[in-house]
Design a protein. Sequence first.
Length: 67
Amino acid sequence: MEFKRDPFLLPLCSCGGATRLSHVEPHAIDPRKTLRTYLCQACGSTETHSVLKRPLEQVAGGRRVAR
């Protein structure tokens, strides 16, 4: 399932229940993405979303700079 919202907001389950992030793993095909699995607190079902990784930061002159 492609993640359409802000990937840092927790999605709602299809039952309407709140979810929590269960685990994060690398995407099997696309190295630019991760797979985030959410567990519903109401019904116990899980949903997995494909999410683009954040850009890496580099340290330049003692401060962090986003690429």
